[in-house]
Write a protein that binds this ligand. Sequence first.
Ligand SMILES: C[S@@+](CC[C@H](N)C(=O)[O-])C[C@H]1O[C@@H](n2cnc3c(N)ncnc32)[C@H](O)[C@@H]1O
Ligand code: SF4
Length: 426
Amino acid sequence: MIEPKPLQFHHYQRREDHPDWSAIHEQAVAEARAIAPLIHADADDTAADKAADAIRKMKGLAKAAENYFINRRRFRAGSHALRPMYFIWTMHYTCNFRCDYCDDHRGNAYYDLPDHPMSFADRVRMLKIMRTGTSAVYFCGGEPTLAPELPVFTDLAFHLGYHPLMINTNGFVLHQALKRPEWRRWLRQMDIIIVSLDGLSLPRLQKMWGIKAVEQVLVNLLLLRELKKVADFKLVVNTVVGEDSVDMAGDVLDFINDLGDVWFVPVPVNYHGRDAEGFAFERDMIVRPDYQAFAGKLLERKREGHLLIGSYRILDLLLQVRPYLCLPTLRPHVDPDGRIAWPCRAPKHVDPVYLNLLEYPNVDACWAAAHRLKSATDFHGPGPEQCGDNCAWMQNYTTARYHEFLTDPLGSGIFSEIRDFAFRSR
Ligand SMILES: C[S@@+](CC[C@H](N)C(=O)[O-])C[C@H]1O[C@@H](n2cnc3c(N)ncnc32)[C@H](O)[C@@H]1O
Ligand code: SF4
């Protein structure tokens, strides 16, 4: 039942160029009321649906546990060719936005890249192959919600026992997509929806994202928040913190914390190889007082128990871009044509090797072939044969967390973090 409460703000202070929140909220509620009867709500679940979902989650947990023991053995034997925690599947490069910071980890904006997506049959096969090596998938792009068959692939992933099913989206077309019959079960099946939102200033977002109707993202974020009442999923906001947008990131943090039922994750902007030395130049931003004030406020909020992804320590490491051990095979990117850059997409000093996962019967066979071509062991580091950077993506820092878990399972504190994210009611 969509029974909205008015938005109330405690931390957030509206600025002149921010939207009229009552109008945005009203629009979101109207959309939610139109969409709720069209979608499969949790309450529509039959006993068979509930059992299928419980089995999916159990299968996901079983795969994560199996991978943990396999990875521990490999790590102890000196191999960093580890089974993935999840695949990041770039479904296509197509996008309806033109974000000024967009970077494919190799210095290109996704929307500038020529698209060669796999056939429908190959994508189905890709999902089956990826599932041999992990239980989790992160649908990404370009803009994944523009792929007409997205709900077919998420449905297949759901029935293949993937858990969690995650998506990163700009959210712009969701109010239209969710009205289509083929999207009926989509929200019910997704576990985590990550919406990109980098500020609340309408004119600055228009400039940053290269589109006019930026309010639609805000409407659709609040729409998802309303629909969370009928279909349970975690809603996360991802904010890129750039040189010119530190103040905007602070506004988003305040706004999301005030909503109280949406998670927040920050990412310092990454620029692959665009400065003179080929290193990310977010480093200049990190030392600035306004950035440090933002980082301090965020960590304080973490201490206060607000919904922020990542442990206090990982957030601190990420926000200060502190050195860490990156294990890139834990979070491989799959390109639209099925290729994987091994062991990482983003090295500065050396070129990755490329293999097409479709040419292998399973992930282990592909990993073994790739590792023979280029060793993944100790790939991260400053040496001449090493990657040459410390990329500041949250996904990289989570591999450092997994490394702690591999070497010191009880001391890593990962269980309390998983409990915090997975079992908190929101
Ligand atoms: C490439 S986008 C694809 C999904 C979708 N189009 C979106 O923007 O949410 C995946 C995530 O990477 C983030 N991103 C893109 N370029 C970035 C950069 N240079 N530094 C940090 N994050 C970046 C986006 O904000 C988004 O959260
Ligand atoms: S919406 Fe995502 S893929 Fe599209 S331009 Fe922005 S960051 Fe890049």
